[in-house]
Design a protein around this ligand. Structure first.
Ligand SMILES: [Zn+2]
Length: 592
């Protein structure tokens, strides 16, 4: 499959035609097809005697992934084609996409569940196609537009791209409806403004228009540049849409570490088909650099990303009433004086009981990356804090289903599920508990190093700053932060209550010799059908294997479940064996 060269101006379109005309003068009279450039995931569909037999991702253009079962769940994909002129064997190229409405719904759900939202519909669509469980793909309700055919066997008496699109429609494919044929490049250029305006209103993400030389026989003559870009097609990309609106206020969000993050509250404005009322401002230096003042008219841009950016204030529209921004000296959530470490651009609220920090901290603790408590996202944590049922993460373990059921938004099932998810998190490995505690500078990798080298929470708490700094990969800054954390009486109390709650304090790093997995290292990713992450880890370790947090060349295998992400990609990239739960259990020898 090929990729497309880009043109960002009409002049670049002319250059493109001129280059082609130098090779083949007939190009100027061949006409062009204009199409919408859909921002989705490119797929390759093989049809044998009119039946869908194989589907693959584009991959690197030559080798993709087989995703036939997942593609079968896409409603726009015809499993059997209509008509008697379908070639015996052909590949149809298409773009799988997620409409804006489904994308927003998906991200809302992810945020509710404490998961990171997708950056754009393209990533969400590509992720859905790679699911190991087709029912998850089906639930995402992906759509598909077909746009070209490659005949492998049999014949297709079609000589123009525009007629090819008509054939695809006739056979039962969905073709993006805004395509048309024009006679010349001048006509194509005239159509550019209308396409640009139309793109903003489409119910899915599109980032430009595609021009293709209509006469198919010329495609082969024109050939491909650098093995990838066909000379006969080009994408005319449009600059991201900019909207102008008024900055109502600069608000502060207090993060889990206490960092004060400023963001812009905007007079709602439509940018690229979406109403925007907030934009990120990063930090106070950026606000000062751009001289952004409250009350300013500002330019806002949204280029495929979900989070809109504030580009610049329009100084010529100032009335003199705009107010320069001053970062507060006190935390907006708890009124504690903020600190600004000499080496950082951020200000911090130092109060560990700050309600904003507590909320973010509990959500982080429960997140999939840490203690993996499903169903405990912002909304519910906020509710539990407001109702006084919890003050910190240790309180989670005392929650009962009855207490939850009495709360708004909980039914018997959801209450029981949450209590069960909290109970299951007790057996998460010590390294994930450490990460979940949100100790400054202790990310997932550092948490693992500390847990493996010291072996238990007690050893960590007893370790001196020097002991900690002697752990390979742990420097003096981290050692100081960890020692500081364990020296704090409030944290000692928290650790004591987590111990009473029965949370795992030992790192299961037993090396079993002679087990079926002895000497092998596995990485777990995604949700397995029956085993929890920690159960799977225990089984692997009990069979003599090791469980690692990240995929490297030394990884023996990756055990992947539903919603597997980057680790699965990495494994594929490195050619590492990928197993599902059943395969793992067979290896261990206790498959049922
Ligand atoms: Zn605070």
């Amino acid at each position: 499959m090929l990729s497309l060269a880009n043109a960002f101006s009409d002049e670049e379109l002319e250059d493109w035609e001129n280059r082609n005309a130098r090779l083949i003068p007939e190009v100027r009279a061949a006409g062009y097809t204009l199409e919408v450039k859909i921002d989705g995931a490119a797929v390759n569909l093989t049809y044998e005697k009119g039946h869908f037999v194989l589907g693959a991702t584009r991959g690197n253009g030559t080798i993709g992934e087989v995703i036939t079962a997942n593609l079968r769940t896409v409603t726009d994909l015809p499993l059997t084609l209509k008509g008697d002129d379908v070639p015996a064997l052909m590949e149809v190229r298409g773009e799988v996409y997620l409409p804006w409405v489904g994308f927003r719904r998906l991200n809302e759900r992810r945020e509710r569940e404490g998961e990171t939202p997708f950056a754009n519909p393209r990533n969400a669509a590509a992720g859905a196609l790679r699911q190991l469980d087709p029912t998850i793909t089906r639930a995402r309700r992906l759509r598909l537009f077909a746009f070209s055919i490659e005949v492998l066997e049999g014949s297709l008496p079609i000589t123009s791209h525009s007629k090819m699109l008509a054939a695809l429609e006739r056979w039962g494919f969905v073709v993006e409806p805004h395509h048309r044929r024009v006679d010349s490049l001048a006509e194509a250029r005239d159509a550019v403004p209308a396409y640009e305006a139309m793109l903003r209103k489409l119910p899915f993400q599109a980032d430009g228009m595609v021009l293709k030389v209509d006469a198919i026989p010329l495609h082969e003559e024109l050939g491909v540049v650098g093995g990838r870009d066909p000379r006969w097609a080009i994408a005319r990309k449009f600059a991201p849409e900019v909207a102008v609106t008024q900055l109502r206020a600069i608000r502060i969000n207090v993060g889990r570490t206490g960092a004060l993050n400023p963001w812009a509250e905007l007079e709602p404005v439509e940018v690229g088909g979406v109403t925007v009322s907030a934009a990120t401002l990063h930090n106070e230096e950026l606000i000062a650099q751009k001289d952004i003042r409250v009350g300013d008219w500002v330019e806002v841009v949204r280029a495929g990303e979900v989070i809109p950016q504030l580009v610049a204030p329009l100084r010529e529209k100032r009335t003199g009433k705009e107010v320069p921004f001053v970062m507060p000296d006190r935390c907006p959530a708890c009124d504690t004086p903020v600190e600004r470490p000499a080496d950082e651009a951020m200000r911090f609220c130092p109060n560990v009981s700050c309600p904003a920090r507590v909320l973010e901290g509990i959500v982080h603790f429960a997140s999939r990356e840490a203690m993996d408590i499903r169903g405990l996202g912002y909304e519910r944590v906020r509710q539990l804090l407001a109702d006084g049922l919890i003050d910190d993460v240790a309180d989670l373990y005392a929650l009962s289903a009855q207490q939850l059921q009495a709360m708004e938004g909980f039914a018997a099932t959801s209450a029981a599920q949450l209590v069960a998810a909290i109970a299951a998190s007790r057996s998460q490995p010590l390294s994930l508990l450490l990460f979940g505690l949100g100790i400054r500078h202790v990310g997932k990798t550092v948490a693992q190093l500390l847990a493996r080298h010291l072996g238990s929470m007690d050893a960590l708490a007893a370790a001196s700053q020097q002991d900690l700094a002697s752990v390979p990969g742990v420097g003096p800054t981290i050692a100081e932060a960890v020692a500081h954390f364990f020296a704090e009486p409030r944290n000692q109390d928290l650790i004591g209550r987590l111990r009473e709650a029965g949370v795992t304090f030992e790192e299961a790093q037993r090396i079993v010799t002679g087990g079926p997995l002895a000497g092998r290292t596995y990485v777990l990713t995604g949700t397995l059908p029956t085993l929890s992450r920690s159960e799977a880890s225990k089984r692997i370790e009990a069979a003599g294997g090791r469980v690692a947090g990240s995929v490297s060349k030394k990884t023996s295998g990756v055990v992947a479940g539903a919603d597997a992400g980057g680790k699965l990609d990495k494994a594929r990239e490195l050619g590492i064996e990928i197993l599902d739960e059943a395969a793992l259990l067979r290896l261990i020898g206790d498959a049922t």
